[in-house]
Design a protein around this ligand. Structure first.
Ligand SMILES: Nc1ncnc2c1ncn2[C@@H]1O[C@H](COP(=O)(O)OP(=O)(O)OP(=O)(O)O)[C@@H](O)[C@H]1O
Ligand SMILES: CC(=O)N[C@H]1[C@@H]2OC[C@@H](O2)[C@@H](O)[C@@H]1O[C@H](C)C(=O)O
Length: 406
């Protein structure tokens, strides 16, 4: 006599269980960063987990935000005071929009949704407030990403992992930078001390020691990347999103008093690792520094050149103070890697170091952050065993909440 034991399991949980056991998973990583340029969509094939992770980027696209949605997001972006209804409206709306953008990419790439195991959705950061920044001793670290994961899952029909940063905070981190996990799993190389430098709206770097010791891996934000450069470009040239190839900046001169005033903020003297955002480094911040130095009438080229030097100097200072002045191998990513006003000013301060894009490591610099979220989702379902040495700011946790597509 046979007794049929039927496991009572949510079929989606069963699907996830199967996905976790697959030797190779197809995961779409989504990132919409602080520059608000659009949604980065990276379809990756992943196998292994932890330091054995293998990732192959199959397809990548940046789906641009139209002017309307950019303006809608800006209403609630990095501001202390907002219309709360606007925030609530945008939360599911962006989830649906991101889901639709994924569907459009899959159609374009001629890939049925059934061939994708997971979507890993970062969402849109609207407010980032580590304790060191908000300063209220009654409260801890916090950050808010909108673009609800359930709506991404329902729109795509694909199990979605979302809201990655909260778990990092719950485990003692500041919610950023998360890049360290993907960087260590995929880009660490025995015998080579590497710096992975990402210059998006905000800049961060990961140090990967050549001895591959996870407890020595280090990551931090350093301050602005492009955020102030973009804000000034948009202010004076409303038809431009950014100073392409740093052309305007490179035609200007550095204003030393303004540069000094810009660096005069407690973020830069606070201990590492740390994180920040456009909540601090915005046009009001620049205006205060200009008022202090009476440089309100500075021409746009000089302003941009000074801002590029400000980003570069604070990146260099962070690396030199935390890791040292060795002849590292630098691998650049993020849109700032395309700006010679920024990269030139950094390279000049590390003579003898090698500078390349992460493209040479197989992951294009523009795709790296979206790929990171695919790696984090892979780790959430199939990994979770790497110890980063009990440091609370690099907690040894897996991240991402599971959202079912039905
Ligand atoms: N050719 C270029 N010349 C100069 N700057 C560029 C160029 N291409 C991109 N950028 C800069 O890169 C920015 C976009 O970078 P990226 O997409 O890495 O930022 P993000 O992911 O939105 O930000 P974050 O990583 O802080 O969340 C643009 O807004 C612009 O400032
Ligand atoms: C809160 C937030 O969205 N921060 C972003 C931003 O963009 C760069 C820097 O600031 C980094 O800290 C982070 O993103 C990347 C993906 C990270 O967490 O590593």
């Amino acid at each position: 006599m046979f007794i049929k034991i039927q496991l009572l399991m949510n079929p989606f949980l069963q699907r996830l269980y199967t996905i976790a056991q697959k030797p190779r998973r197809h995961i779409i990583g989504l990132m919409s960063g602080t520059s608000l340029d659009g949604l980065d969509v990276a379809l990756c094939a992943l196998s292994g987990a932890g330091a054995q992770t293998q990732v192959e980027l199959l397809h990548f696209a940046t789906v641009p935000y139209d002017a309307h949605i950019k303006a809608e997001i800006r209403k609630v972006f990095a501001k202390r005071e907002i219309d709360f209804q606007q925030l609530c409206l945008l939360h599911p709306h962006i989830g649906i929009l991101h889901g639709q953008m994924v569907n459009a990419c899959l159609e374009e790439w001629n890939i049925p949704a059934e061939e994708v195991d997971l979507v890993a959705s970062h969402g849109q950061t609207v407010y980032h407030a580590p304790k060191t920044q908000h300063g209220d001793s009654n409260y801890g670290n916090t950050t808010l990403q909108i673009g609800d994961g359930d709506h991404v899952a329902m729109t795509t029909g694909i199990i979605t992992l979302a809201d990655f940063r909260m778990r990092h905070i719950a485990a003692g981190g500041e919610g950023a930078p998360l890049a360290v996990y993907g960087d260590f799993f995929v880009f660490a190389k025995a015998g080579q001390d590497r710096i992975l430098l990402n210059m998006g709206g905000i800049s961060n770097f990961t140090y990967l020691p050549g001895d591959l010791d996870a407890s020595k891996v280090f990551t931090t934000d350093t301050g602005p990347g492009n955020t102030l450069l973009d804000a000034i470009t948009r202010k004076f040239y409303p038809q431009m999103d950014y100073d392409e190839d740093g052309k305007i900046a490179l035609s200007g001169q550095i204003n030393e008093p303004l540069l000094k005033a810009l660096k005069d903020h407690p973020f830069f003297t606070a201990p590492f690792p740390k994180t920040t955002g456009p909540e601090v480094f915005n046009l009001a911040y620049l205006q205060t520094a200009q008022e202090k130095t009476q440089t309100q009438n500075l021409g746009v080229p000089d302003l941009l050149r000074t801002l590029a030097q400000f980003s570069a100097d604070t990146i260099v200072d962070g690396i030199k103070r935390v890791i040292g002045n060795q002849a590292f191998s630098f691998y650049l990513s993020g849109g700032g890697a395309h700006n010679p006003a920024l990269t030139g000013a950094i390279q000049a301060q590390f003579p003898g170091a090698s500078f390349q894009s992460t493209d040479v490591l197989g992951i294009p610099g523009d795709a790296k952050e979206a790929v990171l979220f695919a790696i984090l989702a892979n780790e959430a379902v199939a990994g979770g065993k790497t110890s980063f040495g009990g440091r609370h700011k690099v907690p040894s946790v897996v991240m991402g909440k599971v959202c079912w597509p039905g």
